[in-house]
Ligand binder design. Structure first.
Ligand code: SAH
Length: 253
């Protein structure tokens, strides 16, 4: 009997933001594999085995899931948001690429989820309405110099930027350094949004200008969104503006 491996994005947090397809996969799996808080989001099911591991052990976790699937089990590897965005789907394919050739014959399916940038953008208005990019500030897997190079290039090219993994206890200074680099390229008036724990009970949103944006307003649950030069802010009576990036850009922008 051959097994199956699903790599599932569970969305930003709330069950209402999980797709029906993700729900179906979670319900059908013999085994759930993933970082503890993500696996904990899946509804309990009798007979299902949960393999919980630390956040940093992605490749080991991917190999473990592949071994289970190769033994005939139906396995769901759980990620937050979308599994393809700074998450487990790439780790699974890295493991397949460099691992047991028999793994290439396995049924593997990636199930899309609502990524944090889309959940955050929807709360804010339409800041990703023009061209945009996503950058992870984590330098666990790439040198910090490359992160800064990409940030500057993206800002210079006029992209709105969704910043994932803005900081953590092990990386307290990156977001401040990123703001410094961006201030050299973008006007101080560029809107910056801090969208924390979107769709969870502790959701919090703050919008400021780049000139005064304070890295202390972010933590590891926060998606930081940097506007493009064209991103506009519509003031509202409650003090929280709508942010949107118009679909069209002038030739000289
Ligand atoms: N695969 C995930 C991202 C994993 S990286 C996705 O597609 O969303 C982890 C980072 O995602 C966090 O540091 C934070 O920047 C962001 N993030 C995840 N969930 C979030 C949420 N509910 N609200 C805001 N940001 C979130």
């Amino acid at each position: 009997m051959s097994g199956r491996l699903y790599v599932v994005g569970l969305g930003p947090g709330a069950a209402s933001m999980r797709t029906p397809e993700a729900e179906a996969v979670l319900a059908a799996a013999d085994d759930l594999v993933g970082y503890g808080p993500y696996v904990a989001r899946a509804p309990e099911r009798a007979g299902q085995v949960r393999h919980v591991s630390d956040n940093r052990e992605e490749l080991d976790r991917a190999r473990h899931a592949l071994v289970l699937a190769a033994a005939g089990r139906t396995v769901a590897v759980c990620s937050g948001g979308d599994a393809g965005v700074f998450a487990m789907a790439a780790a699974v394919f890295e493991a397949v690429d460099h691992g047991d050739p028999a793994w290439r014959a396995l049924e593997i399916e990636v199930v899309a989820g609502v990524s944090a940038m889309f959940a955050a953008a929807a709360r804010l208005g339409a800041p990703l309405g023009g061209d945009f990019c996503a950058i992870s500030l984590s330098d666990n897997l790439k040198p910090w110099e490359l992160v800064v190079k990409r940030l500057r290039a993206a800002a210079e090219a006029g992209f709105a930027i969704a910043l994932y993994n803005p900081l953590s206890k092990a990386r307290p200074w990156q977001l401040g350094a990123a703001f410094e680099a961006l201030r050299e390229v973008l006007p101080c008036s560029t809107p910056v949004a801090f969208a924390a724990a979107i769709s969870r009970p502790d959701e919090a949103i703050r919008v400021a200008e780049l000139g005064v944006a304070d890295p202390a307003w972010a933590d590891m649950r926060t998606l930081v969104l940097i506007g493009a030069a064209t991103t506009r802010s519509i003031e509202r009576p409650d003090g929280r503006p709508w942010l949107y990036t118009p679909r069209s850009v002038a030739e000289d922008a």
